[in-house]
Design a protein around this ligand. Structure first.
Ligand SMILES: [Fe+2]
Ligand SMILES: [Fe+2]
Length: 275
């Protein structure tokens, strides 16, 4: 039995500022017709849940309306950014923001076993933070790897591990920074995830590096103009279908839904201010 995951990402939902709700609803209709085994939102579920709890509540309610099995990952706009990200006016993760996220979306790290595979979802913003739960999450990662057995691992987190190589040294807000990246890989021990899937960049990309297939899920909502963000892959909205087969093989593809426009954040100054 092939396990099919529909990875949606960067939905950026809000009821006060509902700029991206129509795209979510239309993609949700396509998902309800397709009936994947799991819908996985890889973070930035809300427009600004890190400072506005109403956005978290609105986003949760829209996902409940899908009437499909759903799991969530926290993004920087839901829970605050990584503490080691360069400052860009956005708050960082702290216990209050994290508790608020948990109230709406449940545990920020989780695992799920399906035939031939273990899915491990983690909170990228917790990596390298000074919260006590960072250590608990590390312990859970160690345990998930140590008890993997003959399964393959699919790792899901909001931010990409790196651009092109594990040894990159740049400190950015775009990728997992070097120190937490190396700690995460150390926690995985001998396990090399077959698939590492993320969101955050609002572009679809599939590459191979350090023994893993790295898939960046695009946003359902909007892309960023080239003057603000390099073009790493495909700047189109949609979702990603991952097919995990019991024999350990897998494939991923970008799915674009007819009638869902690729919006440009520059056209929505009301969302995060003029850019
Ligand atoms: Fe995002
Ligand atoms: Fe993000």
């Amino acid at each position: 039995m092939t396990f099919r995951i529909a990875q949606i990402s960067d939905t950026h939902l809000s009821d006060e500022k509902p700029f991206f709700v129509d795209n979510f609803v239309r993609i949700g209709e396509a998902l309800r017709a397709d009936r994947p085994d799991l819908v996985l939102n890889s973070g930035d579920i809300s427009l600004d849940g890190a400072s506005n709890e109403g956005d978290l509540a609105a986003a949760r309610s829209l996902h409940d309306g899908l009437d499909l099995p759903v799991r969530f990952l926290a993004g920087n706009h839901d829970i605050g950014d990584c503490q080691d990200a360069p400052s860009h006016g956005e708050g960082t993760i702290d216990p209050t923001r994290r508790e608020r996220y948990l109230r709406h979306f449940g545990s920020d790290w989780w695992s799920l076993d399906v035939p031939g595979w273990r899915l491990l979802g983690i909170n990228a913003q917790l990596l390298g933070s000074d919260l006590d739960e960072a250590w608990r999450q590390d312990a859970a990662i160690v345990d998930a790897a140590a008890t993997l057995g003959s399964r393959r691992m699919a790792l899901f987190l909001h931010k990409p591990m790196f651009d092109s190589s594990v040894g990159e040294t740049a400190i950015t807000g775009r990728f997992i920074n070097p120190a937490p990246r190396h700690k995460l890989l150390a926690s995985l021990g001998d396990v090399t995830p077959a698939l590492i899937a993320c969101g955050h960049v609002h572009q679809y990309r599939e590459t191979s590096a350090a023994g893993s297939c790295h898939v960046w899920g695009t946003s359902t909502a909007f892309v960023l103009p080239d003057r603000l963000q390099p073009r790493y892959g495909v700047k189109e909205v949609g979702y990603v279908e991952h097919r995990l087969k019991p024999d350990g093989t897998h494939d991923s593809r970008l799915v674009q839904v007819a009638g869902v426009p690729t919006l440009d954040i520059a056209d929505f100054p009301g969302a995060y201010g003029p850019i």
